[in-house]
Design a protein around this ligand. Structure first.
Ligand SMILES: N[C@@H](CCC[C@H](N)C(=O)O)C(=O)O
Length: 283
């Protein structure tokens, strides 16, 4: 069948987007498609696949799949791109959009230029530090500045859920980190029955941090929106940043602005269409 797709990116976190208003893609088809299309040599190339489906309770529903075909509950960078797609392609031409994800409906405010979205601010919900909710297999109820043993030594970590699981560790220099060796040790550690996304964070001031991320199911990506929220939430509870204020997060693919409060985290960042194309594919 002939399938139209759109490649989009938010801070360099790039996915192949398919309009589920036009095509019905089952979960098992989506898992296989994600692996095939995300391949940077034999496919279109991306960190995974996103399907934009009709929703009964919101303007559209986002289904996101990592590059290994596993489904994620939430993706901060993709949800901004979904909002852009929904607005630009007139599925709902509104500056206040509601997008459904597997971790709930997220309100999004978009900023436009020449009638196209370029920036979006998402209400990401609250961070949850309770270990059963993440989940982490441990007797401790929370891991905040917790000494965690890996095959690569002991790391001080903070674990939390942003609708998906995150582990944050602070260090002096993130750029010399051998992430492709260290990332998998966290992702596949037996403490995390659903695997985990890990953020390696360098603090510059209480308003500015840098991070690299190892995403479950996709490896190192240029940015992770839920990961940037997790990094700021962890920085606040560890005393590096302040609650109720904005923090700039520098990622390999660009910057995200994150506002942390206990009840609500806001994420502001770019949403960019790269190209569209057509595929001849059998589902
Ligand atoms: N890139 C994302 C998160 C994507 C999902 C994640 N790998 C998971 O499986 O939880 C973001 O921008 O938040």
């Amino acid at each position: 069948m002939e399938l139209t797709f759109t490649k989009m990116q938010g801070a360099g976190n790039d996915y192949v987007y398919i309009n589920g208003f036009d095509y019905t893609i089952t979960p098992s088809q989506a898992e296989k498609l994600a692996v095939k299309l995300a391949d940077r040599h034999f496919g279109i190339g991306g960190d995974g696949l996103v399907i934009i489906d009709p929703s009964d309770i919101a303007d559209a529903k986002m289904r996101m799949y990592n590059a290994d075909g596993s489904e994620g509950n939430m993706c901060g960078n993709a949800i901004r791109c979904v909002a852009k797609y929904v607005y630009d392609y007139a599925i709902a031409k509104k500056e206040q959009l509601m997008i459904e994800s597997k971790s709930g409906v997220k309100p999004i405010t978009v900023s436009t230029e020449n009638n196209q979205v370029h920036l979006a601010t998402v209400e990401m919900g609250a961070a949850n530090f309770n270990t059963p909710a993440i989940p982490v297999l441990t007797e401790e109820t929370q891991w905040i500045d917790y000494s965690f043993e890996t095959a690569h030594g002991v790391y001080q970590v903070t674990a939390l859920s942003m609708g998906n699981p995150h582990l944050v560790t602070f260090m002096k220099d993130i750029h010399t980190l051998r992430l492709s060796e260290i990332g998998p040790l966290f992702e596949h550690h037996s403490a995390f029955p659903e695997r985990i996304n890990t953020e390696f964070v360098e603090v510059h001031s209480n308003q500015e941090i840098s991070m690299r991320v190892w995403e479950r199911g996709s490896g190192e990506t240029l940015a992770c929106g839920t990961g940037a929220c997790a990094a700021v939430a962890a920085a606040v509870v560890n005393g590096y940043c302040l609650s109720d204020s904005w923090v700039t997060v520098h990622l390999l693919g660009g910057d995200l602005e994150i506002y942390y409060s206990k009840e609500q985290i806001y994420m502001k960042g770019p949403a960019v269409e790269v190209f569209t194309g057509q595929l001849n594919i059998s589902l």
